[in-house]
Design a protein around this ligand. Sequence first.
Ligand SMILES: [Zn+2]
Length: 694
Amino acid sequence: MEFRFEPMASVSVIIPAFNAAATLSATLASVVQQTHADWEAIIYDDGSTDSTVANAQAWCDRDPRIRLLKGTDCGSGGARNEAARYATSPWLLFLDADDLIVPNHLATMLMAATTARPRPDLVYCSGAKIAADGRIGRPEIPPHNDHFKLLASRNLFYIHAILVSRSMFEKFGGFDTALKTCEEWDLWQRFARAGAIFSGIEDCLALYRLRPSSLSHNAELLFENARQVIMRGHSRDPRVSNPASAFAEGEPSQDGAQAIIAFASWCAGILIGSGKNSEQFLQRIEFLRSADPEIDRPVSMMLGSVPMGACALYEDWPTLWPVHENSICEAFAVIEKRCDTPDFAVRCINEFRAHLQSFDDWSERGDTKPTTANRNTALRSPILLMYHRINTVKCDPWMLSVTPEHFSEQLSILRQERDVVPLSWLVNELKRGKMPNRAAVLTFDDGYADALTNAKPLLEKHGCPATFFLATGPIRDRKGYWWDILARIILETKRLPDELTLDIRGIRHSWRSAPDQEDRTTEASANVLNASELYFALWNLLKPLRHDERGSILSTVADWAGTHADSQERDRILVPDEVRNLSEPGFVDVGAHTVTHPSLPSLDSAEQLREIEESRTVCEVLAGSLVPGFAYPFGDFDETSRSAVRATGFQFACTTAARPILLGQDLMELPRIFVGDWDAAEFDAKILPRQIDR
Ligand SMILES: [Zn+2]
């Protein structure tokens, strides 16, 4: 890279760019239009594959104050560090290639930087968001005190709302490139710990463009990086050699646990706003033990992040709340469960509602205005429950069986707490925009014979309607499911041979068997499996295969184990006459579940359509009634499956995603909650409290 000496400019604007062709010009225009002309801009292209470089070069050709550096894959922190090495001005401004600064940004910030006493190391201003439709949000004014205390827990500034002294930046070695996100927060936190002088002005000079966020795809990475920054803020930080004495030890560790809950709420809000499920994220991440979590911070975090996830403004809450209320309740309920903190969710929701009262424009919206009076319904929404078998099955690796005793207990308690309704009734209510909050729906997948012998009698006894989703291939062939055959071969053969080698679609797979207790910690023994690990490994390989391919591999595995590949009486599927006896339209409904129970996305569109259509026709003949509902096998579907289900004329389709029903629920993706072999107490604890009055 060639370095040209340039006259001393008063501020260097550092612009890392990666595939930013769509936005870079607007960003550069906002720099070129500054009232203060004494600046240089350094664009650092981080290996873009779109026309970013050509765009940038055109700007360089037009304005000698703009330079372009090219690198590869440094990440935003690395790209900024790299570009800053070429900066010649005493002040640095980091501007991302999709953000904007207002025309008097540099003039106002430089004025503050040079006139404030004591002389600041860093000057910050207010910022605002730009919505996708161009509206600019209210100014967000950073706090003017306690910067270290606050930065220990959260970021306070938009990166382009900060002018930082270059010597200070260099003294700290720039951004920590080990962080993929949150690196600027980490740097400001280090500055604050070292006692750097922060000087703030209230002018709103930095505009942050809301765009469908990569953050929502990467909530876990964002959370992990933030967690690291928070942990650093709540302990010593060896990277800061001369901390201010008050900050040397960091903030108290108890506060770190609270900050982590708050940040988890932030990430959950981004996911919720972008229409994603936050529950899986919240279940996976690591919290710290916290005595009595406060609610202010999680609530204000989520108030900020849900609109961001939706690329909307804070002012848009009156439209966002009705759409996301259930997901927000659910997220707080999951945090409550993970942190074992009674009442956390209800307190958060009430606080949330109290905040939302302050919006004026609820008035035209009638009864959607949230009130604290209906707190008892805060955590309630309709639920769909998913069962497979009502039976006593010893060999049940997927825990799909619920014993008749437990099922009976579950129905009793469900009848007390909820209105158990037919699925088609609930769907009609949802279509009319109603949310029957007490509704619960029972569904059963796969059509095992115990549907008729065990499930239906108990449904009749408790007066609970249900829908059974049937795969029609096993009914026609009178043959059980491959996963039951595989389970019997692998898990019930007394002594399996030591080695198994299978060629599947041209790839050779080999495993060695291990005794259950053997300590297997080394990489080299990754293919040494005990019986249950071997079962799941084979299950994963067989699942995406075609029906006929799977049959021949099952035979090979059976031969290897010294047994047969037939299904057993106990895993029997309903025969056609039994389906006729099971079906009682309006009480016991039949739904379709394909012919061969494939993972639909593994098939081409013609095959998907055939599986879906044929199962509907056969189910209608067997049930003697229309079949309006479908369930995706394994819960797997893609756009092709959705359109095929719609084209076949189904009115609704069930997934296996465990969420409550939302207002405006997509009827082609109805969520369902898995029910295990739980007694009344466990069922009550796992299913009911998440969404029912406490
Ligand atoms: Zn199924």
